[in-house]
Design a binder for this molecule. Structure first.
Ligand code: DMJ
Length: 725
């Protein structure tokens, strides 16, 4: 389908808006009609103008609720309910928590059990207080950096010094942390940061930077700061510093224009690095110049949101095109090797994993689908194919306790499975849960007519993988996970597909300790399953497990995920604090107590890890999962409608019912037809092959679907065409 380019001055270069002194964005942070007619169009009727506003400020929830009659105030109802339930339990009428968790197990750590268990101490955990503790950890970390290394891109909290990655600094730590400051209502820190951005931040520096890291952290950080400040005016750390909020998008467009230089390759796949001044892409110095697959395919949420904000389609087109190049390779079962050559757009090697260099490719499939309000089914189809591939080739079980492992295939799908999980893989439990419900709770999703046994199965995988990731923490002396964990595996490996939901291996119900054996100290369950090699024992304060705990809590409502998060947070506080308590550092080994410090604070400690802890303990009303997508650096962006300016600019090659590629021999577009059993549909495309017809059509609710039928049952396009199965 032909794509009509926008009319009017949608391209910034040569325009005068930047120097006009006028705001380019309206109160909701979208470009006003004046920027271009097209932009006016898309943000008028069809933008998600009804994006719910989070009306209550953090720590000031009651304001809006005071006006409600008492019997309508959820908190009061909840308190009454909990009191009655607590008394019932006390007198032995109910078992603890069963009514809250629907009978699901509750695995409260020993530590939290003794001090905070819901009824064990007679106290409900004070989640607001726990969120406040996280906020305090952020304040300490940031104050330490502010005092000793302000404007630097790296920070060493033991030596109390920092370092710039480019001559004038990139704002690596400041920009990455902006939205966390906003969510935590840290106005003073935010104002200081904004002054630095206004006075010091320039991207015109003759230095190369990582295309991916700069996109997800800097572009992502600026865009989410824009989103929070413009869509929730006066809510998140309102500032009064005389600076315009437009600076976020102005810096973002300048940066994005420079980053796009990396995409100037024969295939359109970006190179690993780019020089910010010359805007020239630079191939990786390793891996024969190939880019990492995750890096090349995890810039789409950022570029697309920027395109939506500015109406400048090149951000969209360049980022989107990468997805077509990747998909055209037709890798079996949606599982991709972790390197891709930018010149040919072909993969290098056949190392397949969802850890480093593979991870966020899968994450951005489903998040692209959600970002554009489920209007781009191509990404859902790719996610589903990958999920099926993961089940078929990568899911196995540990010995002796049957933890679910999302393993690797370092030599391709036909060769041996390696029972290794990078901590990075632990984004998957949360992402699977998100993909399964779309962001609503499981309870709500189950009531929808579309819920199937496969959805149920996927939630179970998410729960089991979550437990595996949690076990990475519970089985070490510091209660912190190593960077990489190996597992003892059954021989031959037990594979997911060998089982049904009735007989599939399951990990132990709880994390009690193993029984004492003569001469052996009591050990946590999983001790015999999990292996951390000395070189893999460091902990960089990474976010993936708490990220998944956050999604699992929001989606399942099971309080155990919050409790696990609290125990994990306490371990970070205990073992990663520098000696005088003035900051927090990565550590060199999770197996040594006290652990040696690595003397480095990664920017994602502030941008991701502490943000997810904070959100895990805060009200679910903050950034509902149905309204936002978090980029891979935990920067929240709004979901939006494609509108008139944007569409999916590519199609997957036609595949048959088994997912195998079919060669197109004919293609019809916009053919009215009747799909058997579905009533009249407008067929968007029909790919005809010698044996199959593959039709895509739009359903009444705007979702797209693909149907494959035998060619013999297909008649040439007519006013109404019956496609019998
Ligand atoms: C982050 O920068 C991102 O989450 C990325 O996708 C993976 N690694 C780090 C955090 O561990």
């Amino acid at each position: 389908m032909a794509y009509a380019p926008p009319s009017g001055p949608t391209h910034r270069h040569g325009d005068s808006w930047q120097s006009s002194g006028q705001s380019r964005f309206n109160a909701n942070g979208y470009a006003p009609a004046g920027v271009s007619e097209k932009i006016g169009d898309i943000f008028g009727s069809d933008r998600k103008g009804s994006l719910p506003m989070y009306k209550d400020k953090p720590y000031q929830y009651p304001s809006g609720r005071r006006k409600m009659p008492w019997f309508r105030r959820k908190r009061v109802i909840a308190s009454v309910f909990l009191s009655v339930a607590g008394l019932s339990w006390w007198f032995g009428i109910l078992s603890p928590l069963s009514f809250l968790t629907g009978g699901s197990e509750t695995m409260v750590s020993k530590k939290s059990k003794s001090s905070w268990n819901l009824f064990g101490s007679g106290r409900v955990p004070d989640w607001d207080n726990r969120a406040e503790k996280v906020r305090e950890a952020f304040r300490v970390s940031f104050a330490d950096y502010e005092k000793h290394a302000w404007g630097d891109d790296e920070y060493h909290p033991v030596a109390k010094n920092g370092k710039k990655m480019v001559p004038n600094g990139l704002g690596w730590i400041i920009v990455d942390a902006l939205d966390t400051m906003m969510l935590m209502n840290l106005t003073t820190e935010l104002e200081h940061s904004r002054q630095w951005i206004h006075n010091n931040l320039t991207y015109d520096q003759d230095h190369d930077v990582s295309t991916f890291e700069t996109t997800i952290r800097m572009l992502g950080g600026l865009l989410s700061a824009h989103y929070l400040s413009s869509s929730f005016p006066g809510v998140y750390a309102p500032v009064n510093d005389g600076l315009s909020d437009d600076m976020y998008v102005e810096k973002a467009t300048d940066l994005a224009d420079r980053l796009l230089g990396a995409f100037d390759t024969e295939s359109g796949v970006p190179l690993a690095s780019v020089n910010l001044h010359t805007m020239k892409g630079i191939p990786s110095h390793a891996d024969a110049g190939a880019s990492s697959t995750a890096e090349a395919t995890s810039v789409q949420l950022e570029m697309k949101y920027l395109a939506k904000l500015t109406g400048e389609t090149q951000y969209w087109d360049r980022a989107e095109h990468v997805m077509k190049v990747v998909d055209d390779n037709d890798m079996p079962d949606g599982l991709l090797p972790i390197f891709i050559y930018a010149d040919q757009g072909a993969f290098r090697g056949n190392n397949i994993r969802l850890g480093s260099r593979g991870d966020s490719y899968y994450e951005y499939l489903i998040k692209q689908y959600l970002q554009t309000s489920q209007q781009e089914p191509v990404y859902n189809s790719m996610w589903n194919e990958s999920m099926a591939g993961i089940k078929k080739h990568l899911i196995t079980y540990s010995r002796p306790s049957n933890f679910t492992i999302l393993a690797e295939r370092p030599n391709g799908l036909d060769n041996a499975i390696s029972p290794k999980m990078d901590h990075l893989v632990c984004f998957m439990p949360g992402t699977i849960a998100l993909a399964t419900t779309g962001g609503v709770s499981v309870a709500q999703a189950r009531k929808q007519g579309t819920w199937t046994a496969e959805h149920e199965e996927n939630i179970q995988i998410a729960e089991e993988l979550m437990k595996t990731c949690w076990g990475m923490y519970t089985t070490t002396p510091t209660s912190l996970a190593g960077e990489i964990t190996y597992f003892n595996m059954h021989d031959p490996p037990l594979m997911y597909e060998q089982f049904t939901s009735d007989n599939r291996p399951k990990s132990p119900r709880n994390f009690d300790r193993l029984p004492n054996l003569p001469g052996v100290d009591s050990r946590p369950i999983g001790t015999d399953d999990y292996i951390i090699k000395p070189n893999d024992a460091h902990n960089l304060q990474r976010p993936e497990t708490v990220e998944s705990l956050f999604y699992m809590w929001r989606i399942t409502g099971d309080v155990k995920y919050r409790e696990w998060g609290w125990t994990m947070f306490e371990a970070f506080m205990k073992h990663t604090a520098v000696l005088d308590g003035s900051g927090y550092s990565s550590i060199s080994s999770v197996n040594i107590v006290p652990p040696p410090l690595k003397d480095n604070m990664e920017s994602f400690w502030l941008a991701e890890t502490l943000k997810y802890f904070y959100l895990l303990f805060s009200s679910n009303d903050i950034l509902p999962l149905t309204d936002v997508v978090f980029n891979t650096e935990a920067h929240p962006f709004p979901r939006f409608q494609l509108g008139k300016l944007f569409k999916t600019g590519w199609e997957r090659k036609a595949r048959d019912a088994d997912g195998k590629l079919v060669q197109d021999t004919q293609k019809h577009e916009g053919v009215p037809a009747v799909l058997d059993g579905m009533g009249p549909q407008k067929i968007e495309t029909i790919h005809l092959t010698e044996t199959r017809a593959v039709a895509t059509s739009t359903l009444a609710d705007g979702e797209m679907t693909a149907m494959t039928t035998a060619i013999g049952a297909y008649t040439a396009p007519a006013e109404s065409t019956m496609l019998a199965p």
